[in-house]
Structure formats: C-alpha cells, structure tokens
Design a protein around this ligand. Structure first.
Ligand code: AHM
Ligand code: MG
Length: 332
C-alpha cells in the first residue's frame, strides 16, 4: 500500500485529521527531494560547503543540513503548520498558513513540526546512512513543545541503500515502515506493523567515551562484556553507525539497545541528543513498537521540555534489555 492511501484510510476512519495527513504528505515529499539531493550531489556539495566553496556559477554552496531544512520548510508552507522547530535554528520559525492553504484548518487545528533535518550529517562525506527525524505536535499556546507523550505523530526517514520511513500517529497501535519505490516517487508499506523483540544480544554505544561514563553505565557495560559467564548470562554483539537514525532503523527491524548516556566530559553531562528533535520522536516510536525509552531511570515521554535545545541521556530499544540498564541506575 502506498503512503498516500495509508493516510487517506486513517483520515477516513477518523484516526488522524486532514491537517496531519497533509503535513505528513509534505514531509514525505520533502524527504524524496532530500534523498535525490544526497544521491546526486551529496558528497561534493558537503565537501564544498565545509571549505566555503562555490559552484561553477559562483553561487555559494550551503551545507546539506541547511539545504534539507530549507526543503522541509518550503514544503510545509501553506499547510496548517504554525511553527517549525529545527535543530539547526536557535528560535522557532513562524509560518503563515495564509492564502493557498491546502487545508481548511482553523486556528485551533494548527500544529507545530520539530525536525532534525539531517541526523548524522557528518556521515554524508563517507557515504553512510543519514536521515530526517520529525515530531508533529499540537500548537495550543504558541511554539512551546509538549511532553513526548502528547505528540500527535512522529517518525524518521533514512537515506541509505534504501530511502525509508517509519511512522506512527498517536492513535496507532504500532508504527509502520515504508520504503521509497516505484521510480523513487512513492513510499510503499513494508510488511506488518513494527514490533521490537523484547530480547536482543545487540547493543549500540560509542565505547570511546567509556572512561567518562557514570557508574550505572560502567557497571552495565561490565556485565555485558562478561558475556554468558557473567550476571547477564549471554554474549553480545556491538554495532555503532554514528547516525542515530541508522542505529534506530536496525533496532526497529530486529531489536537491540541504543545508548547515548550522559558522561563527565564538559557539556556532555546530559549526553548529546536533543529531547525535542531526537529523543521524543524516537521514544514515541519505540513505545508504540513495544520497546522502552528512558534517560536512565525516567521515561523520556514524561519529561517536560524546559528548553528548545535541551539534551537528554537516551537509552531505547528492546524492553527487557532496557530494564537491565534501568536496574543498574536504581542500584547506584
Ligand atoms: P547530529 O544531530 O548533529 O547529527 O548529532 C547526533 C548524532 C547521532 O546521530 C549519533 O548517534 C551521535 O550524534 C554520534 O555522536 P558521537 O560522534 O559523539 O558518537
Ligand atoms: Mg541529530
């Protein structure tokens, strides 16, 4: 089934509003443009941008994450999106739905979209998967992000060997995966709704920071490394792409645990990932898929964002494996 029909069905059965369907169609259209841009000119454009380069016409070239953000904003103009919150911007971007709006949303229906336009963008120059993360939120009191549990929808695209999408709306029982197909014109549903297996023997963490970790993560890691003869009682494999979207896609397809904890490097006390742009949408999808997402001991979706760019430690994935990590935090 095409994404278009999938959204129409959800509108028809009242699960989502026309506003949400329209915004999702626009996000998909912008992802198709970003995917093409990366394939055609990704590496050259990004390298040129790093050196402040210009193209053959003498135009300044922009880094791909800025181009990706511009594409998304252009697509969301003339929808009921009142604000875009972007990881790349200090302040919310106000959009006026105004004339030519494709939905008839009243002021009350207006929504807000938070985006990480190109997650893992440093990986483009080495031809490794990157992606776009989005969160659709109500916009009742201006550009103030809601708790993760109150998101209307969330998902992410990956631009890798395949261009993919995983998506869930608030009233969905589980997320659905899509792949870009049919001459790169349409997203098509892949298989059944997503369910993350409760158990896994794969984890993802940047172990280069091990000496800086706080005690709960150190003691969890010691158990993991002890393998089947230790307290955990099983052997593990490690995977770390360095693009959270790529690690997350793998976990949604076959289970596993992802960790970007806080550590005692200056500025990393709360990890690296942003609550509004990264942790909330990933955690929304994770819980819909039967997994768990926490900052160590607290559920990510219960955290109240205090700052647009606030960071949070993030652990998500297979429910039983995340339980182990939570137990280490309680023990400390
Ligand atoms: P970004 O949004 O600036 O791309 O940063 C987020 C990325 C994640 O995709 C990835 O998991 C992490 O940063 C990698 O960080 P590190 O280089 O510290 O391992
Ligand atoms: Mg990111």
């Amino acid at each position: 089934m095409r994404l278009d029909d999938y959204l129409t069905n959800r509108c028809d059965d009242g699960r989502i509003s026309l506003t949400e369907a329209t915004v999702m169609r626009k996000l998909a259209a912008s992802a198709i443009s970003i995917s093409r841009l990366i394939r055609v000119s990704g590496i050259e454009a990004d390298l040129a941008a790093e050196t402040g380069g210009a193209n053959s016409d003498g135009d300044d070239q922009k880094a791909l994450d800025v181009l990706a953000e511009e594409m998304i904003i252009d697509h969301l103009k003339h929808t009921a999106t009142a604000y875009v919150l972007s990881e790349e911007q200090d302040a919310p971007i106000a959009l006026s739905s105004g004339e030519g709006s494709e939905t008839t949303a009243s002021q009350n229906d207006q929504i807000m979209v938070a985006i990480d336009p190109l997650d893992g963008s440093s990986n483009i120059a080495v031809n490794v998967t990157v992606g776009t993360i989005f969160s659709i939120m109500p916009c009742d009191n201006g550009p103030i992000p809601c708790r993760g549990r109150d998101q209307l929808a969330a998902g992410f695209f990956t631009y890798g060997p395949q261009t993919t999408l995983i998506l869930a709306f608030a009233k969905d029982a589980a997320p659905q995966c899509f792949v870009l197909d049919e001459g790169d014109e349409h997203f098509v549903a892949m298989g059944d709704p997503v369910r993350i297996p409760d158990h896994s023997n794969e984890y993802a963490i940047n172990a280069a920071y091990a000496e800086h970790w706080f005690l709960p993560v150190k003691s969890w890691m010691a158990e993991v490394l002890a393998g089947k003869d230790g307290a955990y009682g099983k052997d593990f494999r490690m995977r770390w792409v360095g693009s959270m979207v790529a690690d997350a896609w793998r976990i949604f397809r076959r289970g596993g645990t992802f960790l970007y904890p806080g550590d005692n490097r200056k500025g990393y006390e709360h990890g690296r990932l942003r609550l509004v742009y990264e942790a909330n949408p990933i955690s929304f999808l994770t819980e819909k898929a039967g997994g768990q997402a926490v900052n160590g001991s607290e559920r990510i979706l219960d955290l109240l964002p205090k700052d647009l760019h606030q960071r949070t430690p993030l652990v998500f994935g297979s429910a039983a494996e995340v339980d182990h990590l939570i137990a280490h935090h309680r023990d400390e």
